[in-house]
Write a protein of this length. Structure first.
Length: 60
């Protein structure tokens, strides 16, 4: 059967290693966080997957 393999990596080297082992998609958490920050700062959708939760600052 065809299986779509999705893996998580912690470094560029791990991304390449996992793709070399046959992973179809490799997600690196740091990149997804960076995309989310760029989206919030610029107000543009960068195509980052998954919903984001907005948290308004609370008075001290």
């Amino acid at each position: 059967p065809a299986i779509n393999i999705i893996a998580r990596a912690h470094s560029d080297a791990e991304v390449e290693h996992l793709k070399g082992l046959g992973a179809d998609t490799v997600i690196m958490g740091e990149r997804e966080i960076a995309r989310g920050i760029v989206e919030v700062v610029t107000g543009k959708n960068t195509g980052a997957p998954g919903p984001a939760m907005r948290v308004d600052p609370q008075p001290a």
